[in-house]
Design a protein around this ligand. Structure first.
Ligand code: ZN
Length: 355
């Protein structure tokens, strides 16, 4: 009641602004899960995922409803709960954003896959063994990953205007910083997301060729958002589960730059001028079970045929060299000795012409 009285007072004390909001049909309250933020408020809460065939979970959400109207930007991280730099970046971001400075709304999900984070399990949700970035738009009656995806699809993706999905070097991934620009073939969507990815500021950009609709129930949050017509980008930073300041800061700075680009935050953005565009990303897999020894680091430029690592048996005898089938830049290389036949040893990005 007190809140209501305060709101009425605040609105009445600023009648011209109130009239302007009404004129634009601006919805003052923004609700995601248990968090309802009135104009000018930052509110935390949870998106409840009720128990089904397996356990319930609660996905943390922060809603920052700006003092002025504007677009709704959703930023998510932690679908891979041990890609820590991306999660810490969003923890830092929400602390530094003041609702009074915003024109529009920021919806932040810093940690989608809580069980992966809590149990330190990379890539998957340990509750059901599923990848939380491959199940969108999920299922209301599926396993936990599917139910969580369903809730996020309905309550966040469908309600936002723009989306940023953050990832990073998982526990076993020694990764260079880069962003993805999804090229869907829909000009308006592609030009909006291109503006976002250049504003984000990372100097290596992978072009995702997403020109056919994704397979429903088996796709990433970003692909699902694009299919909904929402301009979307993905950014990654962090080496092997670390939270180095340079990686965390690059992600925080990137998110704020996109907010400035979308006019949600005031200020000028200098977009990255000459990024390295990467056209084709090739995954190099191991042909053997054994122990992996990397011979290159991310950032390295490699020539087709170059040896980038090798695999030994459990007695130290070399089984095979791992060579790159293309020339390009190492975007990430396996950072741990554990290696199974078919596992990713490295990803190599082929330099592309400016799209
Ligand atoms: Zn990831």
């Amino acid at each position: 009641m007190k809140i209501l009285t305060n709101r009425v007072f605040r609105l009445l004390s600023n009648l011209p602004l109130f009239a302007c909001f009404v004129g634009l049909g601006w919805a003052a309250d923004i609700t995601v899960g248990t968090a309802t933020a009135h104009t000018g408020q930052k509110v935390t809460g949870f998106i409840p995922v009720v128990a089904g065939v397996d356990a319930a979970t609660n996905i943390p959400v922060i809603v920052i409803n700006g003092a002025r109207p504007g677009p709704k930007l959703a930023i998510v991280a932690g679908s891979h709960g041990t890609e820590y730099a991306s999660i810490i970046a969003l923890e830092n971001l929400v602390q530094t954003i003041d609702a009074a400075d915003l024109s529009g709304t920021l919806i932040v999900l810093p940690l989608i896959n809580l069980a992966s984070f809590a149990q330190k399990v990379p890539h998957l949700n340990p509750v059901d063994g599923k990848n939380m970035n491959r199940m969108f738009p999920g299922k209301a009656d599926g396993t936990q990953t599917e139910r969580a995806s369903w809730a996020i699809a309905r309550q966040v993706v469908e309600k936002c205007d723009y989306l940023i999905d953050l990832h990073g070097g998982d526990l076993d991934e020694n990764l260079r910083r880069y962003a993805y620009w999804p090229q869907t073939g829909k000009d308006q969507l592609d030009s909006a997301s291109r503006g976002m990815v250049l504003a984000f500021g990372l100097d290596h950009i992978i072009i995702q060729r997403n020109q056919t609709p994704a397979v429903s129930g088996a796709t990433s949050i970003s692909r699902f958002a694009e299919d909904q017509g929402k301009p979307t980008i993905i950014a990654e930073a962090g080496h092997a589960g670390t939270t180095e300041a340079a990686d965390v800061d690059a992600l925080v700075r990137g998110c704020k730059n996109v907010m400035r680009h979308l006019k949600i935050l005031p200020g000028v953005v200098t977009p990255v001028e000459h990024p390295v565009w990467i056209g084709q990303l090739t995954t190099v897999r191991s042909d053997h079970d054994g122990i992996f020894y990397p011979l290159v680091v991310p950032e390295a430029y490699v020539q087709r045929g170059m040896i980038i690592g090798y695999v030994t048996d459990y007695f130290g005898n070399k089984l095979a060299d791992v060579t790159t089938p293309i020339s390009g830049v190492v975007t990430y290389i396996c950072s741990v000795p554990s290696m199974k036949k078919g596992d990713t040893a490295a990803n190599i990005g082929e330099i592309a012409a400016v799209p």
